[in-house]
Design a binder for this molecule. Structure first.
Ligand code: NAD
Length: 511
């Protein structure tokens, strides 16, 4: 089932303009030379002016001034600002979700889900604002206290990818604000309007709280604008989300100036399907993780490592569901698969399918372009399932499109080593009713990823846990658990109240 008509440029522009207005953004003040397109119809969505490199420097300078005030504001008062941000995001949930759909093509329920994630992380951060705990350790010296305190770190530069155009900002910003840090955000050049809306909503919360306006700033532009932020000596932490190629460049540059870096990069996520798996649940879990967001999540399931005894059954069930996936206008009720972000994603998908076939793969379903007659610059595709003889070269790469490879295995050791035999280490899952298998998968000798799930797909993480992955995924952790520590600096304090001066390790230095 596929949509047959797509909205016009006028429709989408009008929707964008009114959503922005409700969030407090006057598009007329921002008009410029750079054209952004909607993947829904491939046509112009807005013409904006971008930030120059000099303006980036000025933003960082203003953020430093804001830092001097904000670091001395009590953390629970910082939390109150984030509480208000959460409430305003709730009020503007539909507006921001609309902009996300228009700019990156997410279906409405996923776009609303992305904004809900922003609201959830605000809740988490408000609680955290009273829990930025340091430890007290037993001192080896009499009459001494040994403890650690956590202080605000400084300006945080956030660089985000197109596919989570607003949630990634909120994971960073809600936590950074309660930790005492201002944020300068370089959103994806594909999604500037969503970013401007979020910033305007936060500005409203900042004004109501009489907090420094420059706690939140947005710089719009491409890699060169991001790079200026990356190289700036006064940006204490760069939190960068995107491709491994981007992370390689950014990580090295930040390291060269001894800055701190949090990298959230590409994934190549697998599920192991064992003989005991509940196949009804497994198929539902796979289809959402592999075809949802048109295969454009960092946690998208790209590989299914399936026991040979259930391979045929699983392949048949997946093919039948994939043939029925509703593809088309992401803002229409019932659509489950929206467009790819653009032509290069479609070309990457076609090239991957070609290479997979050269390497012995058989395309079971999908790969065909849809709706090209309705909009020649929009790229809708039928998600694909490809049966591979083994884990060949193409399978080890992240192709950011809905291509799912099925790879057979015979014993669990082999499945575990296939799961780990890729350069990326973001998300993974196992479908099994055998507890011992599940425990092995989660053990030190099991999956080497940052997210290790049982009987659930690889995507759709909650904000309460620390999010991120190993190896080429970059090693960063964002959002919940103790990820906040990356946004603060730790001081270890030794206090002597003994009136004597005993030295550590029994050193005698009497003169
Ligand atoms: P991308 O790497 O092309 O761009 C990401 C961001 O980095 C953009 O804002 C871009 O302008 C900026 N950028 C690019 N090169 C830069 C440089 N040298 N210096 C500074 N900034 C630079 O990625 P994309 O196409 O927007 O997103 C898709 C990729 O992001 C996929 O690989 C996906 O797996 C990954 N991703 C990872 C996560 C995660 O949490 N691990 C989340 C979302 C997306």
């Amino acid at each position: 089932m596929t949509t047959t008509a797509l909205p016009t440029a006028d429709d989408l522009q009008a929707q964008a303009r009114s959503a922005l207005e409700r969030c407090g953004v006057d598009l007329d003040l921002l008009t410029g030379e750079q054209t952004s397109h909607s993947p829904i119809n491939g046509e112009t969505l807005a013409n904006l002016s971008w930030t120059s490199a000099d303006e980036v420097d000025a933003c960082v300078a203003r953020a430093r001034d804001a830092f001097a005030i904000w670091r001395d504001t009590p953390a629970p008062a910082r939390g109150a600002l984030v509480r208000r941000l959460g409430a305003l995001l709730m009020e503007h949930k539909a507006d921001i979700a609309t902009l996300v759909s228009l700019e990156v093509g997410k279906i409405t329920s996923e776009a609303l889900g992305e904004v809900q994630e922003m609201i959830d992380v605000c809740d988490f951060a408000v609680g955290l604002s009273r829990q930025l705990y340091g430890r007290t350790m037993p001192s080896e010296r009499p009459g001494h206290r040994l403890m650690e305190t956590w202080h605000p770190l400084g300006v945080v530069g956030v660089i985000s990818a197109f596919n989570f155009p607003v949630a990634v900002w909120s994971w960073n910003t809600a936590i950074a604000l309660v930790c005492g840090d201002p944020v300068v955000w370089k959103p994806s050049e594909t999604a500037p309007l969503s970013a401007l809306a979020c910033n305007a909503v936060l500005q409203q919360a900042i004004a109501e709280a009489a907090a420094p306006a420059n706690l939140s700033q947005v710089v719009i532009g491409g890699a060169d604008v991001g790079q200026r932020l990356v190289d700036h000596q006064d940006v204490a932490l760069i939190s960068a989300t995107g491709s491994t190629r981007m992370g390689q460049a950014v990580g090295q540059r930040v390291a060269a100036r001894f800055g701190r870096c949090l990298l959230e990069l590409g994934g190549n996520n697998a599920a192991i399907v064992t003989p005991s798996a509940d196949l009804d649940l497994t198929v539902r879990g796979i289809v959402f993780a592999a075809a949802g967001t048109a295969g454009q999540r960092c946690t998208t399931m790209r590989r299914v490592i399936v026991h040979e005894s259930v391979l045929d059954d699983l392949a048949k069930r997946l093919t039948s569901v994939y043939e029925r996936l509703p593809i088309g206008d992401p803002t229409t009720d019932g659509t489950l698969v929206g467009p790819l972000i653009g032509g290069s994603a479609y070309q990457a998908m076609t090239a991957a399918l070609g290479q997979a076939q050269d390497e012995g793969g058989k395309v079971l379903v999908g790969g065909e372009r849809q709706l090209a007659d309705a909009a020649s610059d929009a790229y809708y595709v039928q998600p694909a399932v490809v049966q591979m003889p083994q884990q060949t070269q193409i399978v080890t790469r992240e192709t950011f499109a809905p291509v799912l490879y099925l790879i057979p295995y015979t014993d669990l050791d082999e499945a575990l080593s296939l799961n780990n035999a890729v350069p990326q280490g973001l998300s993974s899952s196992i479908f099994t009713e055998d507890q011992a298998e599940a425990e092995r998968f989660m053990s030190a000798a099991g999956s080497d990823c940052g997210l290790v799930n049982v009987n659930i797909g690889t995507s759709g993480a909650e904000i309460g846990g620390a999010f991120g992955g190993e190896k080429e995924t970059g090693g960063g952790r964002e959002s919940g658990s103790d990820a906040w520590r990356t946004y603060m600096r730790r001081a270890t304090n030794t206090v002597n109240y003994s009136g004597e001066l005993p030295l550590a390790q029994g050193v005698d230095f009497s003169v």
